[in-house]
Design a protein around this ligand. Structure first.
Ligand SMILES: NC(=O)c1ccc[n+]([C@@H]2O[C@H](COP(=O)([O-])OP(=O)(O)OC[C@H]3O[C@@H](n4cnc5c(N)ncnc54)[C@H](O)[C@@H]3O)[C@@H](O)[C@H]2O)c1
Length: 370
């Protein structure tokens, strides 16, 4: 079993909170997977606590990476602020526990920035996008099941064809890596606006294509590596490469579906883990790991802390109500409060009552939201 190693805060992040006057408790060995020792956290000003039970008992605010699992439920207590990826929509029991225990649940994945984007999802998409080419190159090696092609070719030998479906954060980072390695890169997106931006970024180094079944069939029939990177916010990924299209893919080509966490954009995708990452469908190698950043926990912890720390500082310095009153995007992160579900999409997906956060807060404070 591959452990979830990514840690929630680097020693530098801990130090920033300590310097702001807060007391930081770090669970013993929590940073080991990311390469941070207990001594580094102590030097940064944290107190090391042996057991998870005690960390939860001490902390007014708990900063994590993944959502709580069943053994953690009894540790949650009233008015404790939980700041982490929650992904509550499919997690009825966790949502119920957080409501019953009146935990303040602020979910990384629903916080928005001034452009309406999701700033705490971006770092993980950057990591996964860059990794997708790295793993694709590895599985293209003959002994790993691929067709034995070097992405960049060599002088006198053509480079590999990399097709990226979806040109958002994942797709752009994948393209940077593939271009950097010398591959021939095609990016397919349904947004013409996005294709124009990609054309400006990469100039003639990538080919951009408007998304259609025809364009995808044509592109994958010459592909050595196909990367699935689409997202339709709030919906399952559309199945853009169907099972009956796989006979078009050259023998030994590799499919990497980064969009697997939204069900995948290949019909033949099913989620895999780092301990058993690949499988063959219709003779085509698929890599569909749902938690790709978990393979590079050190990079991922730095990337996550860079993005979460300003919010963690705001919450700790100002207190929950003032922090969310002054930052509408942070307020979007509040999924549970005072025993209610305060995020409409989560409530809708679980068929439970949705309570607008404003109706639960002191009117004067919520009215001042910017
Ligand atoms: N497996 C992992 O470890 C991992 C890690 C991070 C992100 N992800 C997932 O990767 C996916 C992409 O994330 P992102 O941050 O790049 O999203 P994004 O919103 O930045 O980009 C998605 C792109 O898909 C495009 N798109 C939507 N429908 C399309 C269609 N029919 N044809 C072509 N393009 C289409 C959009 O126009 C957009 O440009 C998401 O599902 C995300 O959850 C997975």
């Amino acid at each position: 079993m591959w452990p979830a190693l990514t840690n929630a805060l680097t020693p530098a992040g801990v130090n920033a909170l300590v310097n702001a006057g807060h007391t930081l408790f770090v669970q013993k060995s929590a940073g080991e997977g990311s390469g941070f020792s207990d001594e580094q956290y102590v030097r940064a000003g944290a107190k090391i606590i042996d057991s998870a039970d005690d960390v939860w008992a001490e902390g007014d605010m708990i900063v994590k990476v993944k959502e709580p699992i069943a053994p953690e439920y009894p540790r949650m207590r009233e008015n404790q602020l939980l700041f982490t990826y929650l992904h509550l929509a499919p997690e009825f029991e966790l949502t119920k526990q957080m409501m019953d225990r009146k935990v303040i649940g602020v979910a990384y994945e629903t916080i928005t920035d001034v452009h309406g984007k999701l700033p705490l999802l971006t770092p993980m998409s950057e990591v996964a996008g860059r990794m997708s080419v790295q793993v694709g190159a590895t599985y293209l090696e003959k002994m790993n099941g691929g067709r034995g092609i070097l992405l960049g070719g060599v002088p006198g030998v053509p480079a590999a064809n990399v097709v990226i479906i979806g040109g958002g954060v994942v797709g752009t980072e994948a393209a940077k890596m593939a271009v950097g390695l010398g591959a021939k890169v095609t990016i397919i997106d349904r947004s013409l606006e996005r294709l124009r931006q990609l054309d400006d970024i990469f100039l003639s180094k990538v080919q951009t294509l408007a998304s259609s079944r025809y364009a995808i069939e044509e592109a994958i029939s010459h592909a050595d590596l196909v990367i699935g990177a689409v997202l339709v916010v709030g919906a399952a990924a559309p199945k853009l490469v169907t099972r009956d299209m796989l006979h078009l893919v050259p023998s030994g080509a590799v499919l990497v579906d980064v969009a697997v966490d939204q069900g995948g954009c290949f019909e033949t995708t099913h989620a895999t883990t780092h301990s058993n990452p690949t499988y063959f469908e219709e003779g085509v190698l698929h890599y569909c790991v749902a938690n790709m950043p978990g393979a590079v926990p050190r990079t991922s912890t730095f990337a996550l802390t860079n993005a979460t720390l300003p919010y963690a500082l705001d919450l700790a310095n100002k207190g929950f109500e003032r922090a969310i009153a002054e930052d509408r995007g942070l307020r979007e992160g509040v999924n549970t409060f005072a025993g209610k579900c305060t995020y409409e999409a989560v409530a809708a997906s679980q068929n439970i009552e949705y309570t607008p956060l404003d109706s639960l807060l002191d009117g004067s404070r919520s009215a001042s939201a910017s």
